[in-house]
Design a protein around this ligand. Structure first.
Ligand code: HEC
Ligand SMILES: [Cu+2]
Length: 393
């Protein structure tokens, strides 16, 4: 597939100032928020610059030294009302800028709970993506003198990018959505987007990462829901991935079940039944917050690689979990996370064919004993193909 470069990002008609600065208007609601506060600050600064420089030049000329005009012996030292005004009024404007900026930022960081998760991994020097059903994004397109991956997302619903790196620090940047986040080894970062329209957008690496940093690009292609489901089906290799892969590791080679159960009983380690998504008190007084997917995913990943890093109250002493650092690939770690997630009634599977239907209310899921687990507590979803778009990968 070959995308003519001019159709990327310049496809919409935009004014010259917007084009010079942003190339195109933002492609999501939170991008519009960012643009709005950006333009507010831009015009606010411009007006004040012109005004201040104007009166400065005017007074410099008006009060220049002239023959026959004596300079006053003393000048005014202060004027309280004036000083109050020039402190309070600008502070109000600064406060407005802060809150508007923060609001736009929070919109990008805090994903809707039914956001589908796409894993993004940076490595020198390309991006790879894994769709919610575990299939890898394999389409490429030729740009400049290199092939870059094409990552598909559906229009009109939220996609959370769970970002990490295989080597050095990269930064996953989608300029048209006005958002970027560092990709860090052994740690997840994330942001979410809800594209407003179908189209193609550049993805770049925004953290210098070596010789071919500037070629570390990709294309984000926003497509219709039907098209997206087709892409997912193609990407699904039929091999075992996601929660099914996690289940296999946990029960097999990983040996995790010696210490962790999935039915609520406690062995040496905590049970995973209804663990994910619930608050965990830690021995240093802090907590893993409830209902924070990124915090939980990081906690699981960290616990596997460096089990001593966060000690759970009630488990801190005695038998410690061995470190599994270096044992699992990123895909396997994502699988274990998806599996532990699927064991919790806090994971909210959504049906891919009707993305506009809200997920079942949390209360309803609770009374049925967990929507994710009520069919067969021992084989939660793991043997089925997990629905694309499910929070449980
Ligand atoms: C020898 C026993 C043992 C084995 C084997 C073991 N763990 Fe653990 N695990 C523990 C203990 C004990 C804790 C609690 C330790 C703490 O919080 O300091 C724990 C905590 C965890 C946590 C933190 C989240 C939670 O459940 O509270 C995760 C995730 C985890 N283990 C994953 C795994 C995985 C995956 C495997 C297999 C690859 C595994 N463990 C194998 C003993 C074990
Ligand atoms: Cu990079």
């Amino acid at each position: 597939m070959n995308i003519p470069l001019c159709t990327l990002t310049l496809s919409q008609h935009v004014g010259p100032l917007v084009r010079a600065i942003f190339r195109m208007p933002g492609a999501s609601a939170s991008a519009h928020d960012t643009d709005a506060i950006w333009w507010f600050i831009f015009w606010f600064d411009t007006l004040w610059f012109v005004f201040l420089m104007g009166i400065m030049i005017f007074w410099t000329i008006k009060y220049r030294r002239r023959q026959g005009h004596e300079a006053p012996i003393r000048s005014l030292t202060h004027n309280t009302p004036l000083e109050l005004v020039w402190t309070i009024v600008p502070s109000l404007f600064l406060g407005y800028m802060f809150f508007k900026g923060f609001e736009a930022y929070a919109g990008k960081l805090v994903a809707p709970t039914d956001a589908q998760i796409v894993d993004i991994v940076g490595q020198q020097w390309n991006w790879s993506a894994i769709y919610p059903n575990g299939g890898a994004a394999s389409e490429k397109t030729h740009v400049g003198n290199t092939d870059v991956p094409v990552i598909h997302v559906p229009v009109g619903r939220a996609t959370l990018f769970r970002i990490s790196s295989n080597d050095v620090i990269h930064s996953f940047w989608i300029p048209d959505f006005r958002v970027k986040f560092d990709a860090i080894p052994n740690h997840y970062t994330s942001f979410n987007i809800t594209p407003e329209a179908e189209g193609e957008h550049w993805i770049f690496c925004a953290e210098y990462c070596g010789d071919f940093h500037s070629e570390m690009a990709a294309i984000l292609k926003v497509v219709s829901e039907e098209e997206y489901q087709r892409i997912l089906k193609e990407a699904d290799t039929g091999g075992i991935t996601g929660a099914a892969l996690g289940k296999k590791i946990v029960e097999g080679a990983g040996g995790c079940r010696a210490c962790h159960t999935i039915d609520g009983t406690r062995l040496i380690g905590p049970t995973w039944k209804n663990a994910w998504g619930y608050e965990v008190p830690l021995s240093d007084g802090s907590t893993i917050p409830a209902d924070d997917p990124a915090a939980w995913d990081n906690y699981i990943r960290e616990s596997i690689i460096d089990p001593g890093a966060k000690k759970r109250v009630g488990f801190a002493t005695g038998a410690q979990m061995p470190s599994f650092a270096g044992r699992f690939s990123d895909e396997e770690l994502a699988g274990i996370i998806a599996y532990i997630r699927s064991l919790s009634d806090k994971s909210t599977p959504t049906t891919p064919t009707t993305p506009t239907t809200p997920p079942p209310a949390q209360g309803a899921a609770d009374t049925t004993g967990g929507a994710a687990t009520d069919t067969a507590p021992d084989q939660p979803q793991a043997d089925q193909k997990p629905p694309p778009g499910s929070g449980g990968n």
